[in-house]
Design a protein around this ligand. Structure first.
Ligand code: 9MR
Length: 374
C-alpha cells in the first residue's frame, strides 16, 4: 500500500471512530447526563479507544447491542475466540461467533481486540490432556495461531497472543505449553501470529500486574528480552481486575510508564473493580474515584492507547460467579443506567489535561505537541 493510501485509510478510521458521537446522540437519564458518549470523548479529546468485553449470547438483545455500539469504540470477544470455542477439535475451526462480533464491529465502526491465542484456561481437552511430544505440540500451537490470525487478518487490530504466563511470584506458570515446550513457546507464538498478520499489534496480557511488584517485574524482564531478541511484540495488556480501595495510583502509573518507555503500547485490557455486596452509594462513589484514577493514569502516559472494561453491566460480569458476595464491578446497571463510575471515566476523557502547543518547532517544522511550549 502506498503511503498516500495508508494515510487515507488512517483518515477513514479516525473519522469512523470519531463518528460514534454523531451516530449516537444523547443518552442517560441522570441529571448530569453528558451529551456525548464515552467513545466520542475518549477519541476526540484523547485519541484513546474505550472497549468492552462482549458476550456473544447477549448481542441479540437490542438494548445491549445498542449500548455497546453507542458507548464503545472497541470490542473484545469475552469468550468466543478462546481455543475451546474456536478450535474445539483438532483442525476443526468454529469461526461463526467470532465472525458475528467482527461484523457487529464493522457496522459500528469499532476496533476489535482479539482474545486470546495461547492460554492455559478454556483450552480444549484434546490439547490440555493430549499426549504430545514437544514437536507435536509446537505444530498444533503454530497451526492454531496461523489459522485463527489468518482468518481474522485485517479485521482484528490487536491480539492477546499469550495470556497469564506468570505465577504471582513471577516464575513461569506450569502450563501444558510451558511444561512441554519451555519458555520458547512465548516467542514462537508471537512469531507465528506476526507471520499470519504482519500488521496486527501483538500483546502479552496478564492480571495482578497492575502495580510494580514481582509479577509485573517478571513481565517487564520478559518483554525486554523478547524485544532484544527481535521478537515481534508490540504491546502489554494490563488486565486490571481490581478490588475496591486496593489501589496504588503511583505504582499503577509508574508501571504503565515503564512498559511504554520500552516503546511498547500499553492497553488496560480487562478493567473491573469489584466490591463486597451490597453496593451502597458510598461504595459506588469510591468505585467511581478508582475508575477515575485508573483512567487518569492511562491518559497521563502517551503509550497507553486504550481501556477496555470487562463486561457491559454489573449483571454481565464474571465476578459474582467467581467471588462469593462480591460484585458491581462495571460501568452500567442491569437496566442500562449509568453508574457513577461511568461519569468518572467520561469526565477524565472530556477534560484535556495537557495543553497542546501549535507552532514552528526548530528541526520539526509546523506542528503540535503536548507539554510545555518549547
Ligand atoms: O469473563 C470470562 C468468563 O465468562 C469465563 O467464564 C472465564 C473463564 O476463565 O473467563 C473470563 O474472562 C477471563 C479472561 O478471558 C482472561 N482474564 C481473566 C478473565 C476473568 O476470569
Amino acid at each position: 500500500m502506498s503511503s498516500r493510501v495508508r494515510r487515507a485509510a488512517a483518515g477513514v478510521l479516525i473519522g469512523a471512530l470519531a463518528s460514534g458521537a454523531l451516530v449516537m446522540g444523547t443518552s442517560g437519564t441522570a441529571e448530569a447526563a453528558p451529551k456525548k458518549t464515552l467513545r466520542s470523548v475518549a477519541w476526540k479529546q484523547d485519541h484513546r479507544f474505550v472497549g468492552v468485553a462482549v458476550a456473544d449470547d447477549k448481542l441479540s438483545d437490542e438494548t445491549y447491542a445498542r449500548t455497546v455500539a453507542r458507548e464503545f469504540s472497541s470490542v473484545t470477544p469475552e469468550n468466543v475466540m478462546k481455543w475451546e470455542t474456536i478450535e474445539p477439535a483438532p483442525g476443526e475451526f468454529n469461526f461463526e461467533p467470532g465472525d458475528r462480533l467482527i461484523d457487529f464491529a464493522r457496522k459500528n465502526h469499532q476496533l476489535v481486540y482479539g482474545h486470546v491465542l495461547v492460554w492455559h484456561s478454556q483450552l480444549p481437552a484434546w490439547v490440555n490432556e493430549g499426549e504430545f511430544t514437544a514437536e507435536e505440540l509446537s505444530e498444533v500451537t503454530e497451526n492454531h495461531i496461523t489459522e485463527v490470525v489468518s482468518h481474522y487478518k485485517g479485521k482484528v487490530q490487536r491480539w492477546d497472543v499469550v495470556n497469564e504466563v506468570f505465577n504471582e511470584d513471577g516464575t513461569f506458570r506450569e502450563t501444558k505449553f510451558y511444561q512441554t515446550l519451555g519458555e520458547d513457546y512465548i516467542a514462537d507464538a508471537f512469531r507465528a501470529a506476526h507471520a499470519a498478520d504482519p500488521r496486527a499489534k501483538l500483546f502479552i496480557n496478564d492480571y495482578n500486574t497492575d502495580g510494580i511488584g514481582p509479577k509485573s517485574d517478571a513481565m517487564y524482564e520478559l518483554v525486554k528480552d523478547l524485544l532484544a531478541d527481535g521478537v515481534p511484540i508490540h504491546g502489554v495488556g494490563i488486565q486490571s481486575h481490581m478490588i475496591l480501595d486496593l489501589y496504588d495510583a503511583e505504582s499503577y502509573e509508574a508501571n504503565i510508564q515503564r512498559f511504554a518507555d520500552l516503546g511498547l503500547e500499553v492497553v488496560i485490557t480487562e478493567l473491573d473493580i469489584r466490591m463486597d455486596m451490597p453496593a451502597t452509594e458510598e461504595k459506588l462513589a469510591a468505585q467511581a474515584e478508582q475508575f477515575r484514577a485508573v483512567t487518569q493514569a492511562c491518559v497521563n502516559v502517551d503509550g497507553c492507547t486504550g481501556i477496555t472494561v470487562w463486561g457491559l453491566r454489573d449483571s454481565d460480569s464474571w465476578v459474582p460467579g467467581w467471588f462469593e458476595g462480591q460484585g458491581a464491578p462495571l460501568l452500567f446497571n442491569e437496566d442500562y443506567s449509568k453508574k457513577p463510575a461511568y461519569y468518572a471515566m467520561y469526565d477524565v476523557f472530556k477534560t484535556k489535561k495537557k495543553p497542546c502547543w501549535w507552532g514552528w518547532h526548530p528541526g520539526r517544522g509546523w506542528g503540535g505537541h503536548h507539554g510545555t511550549a518549547a
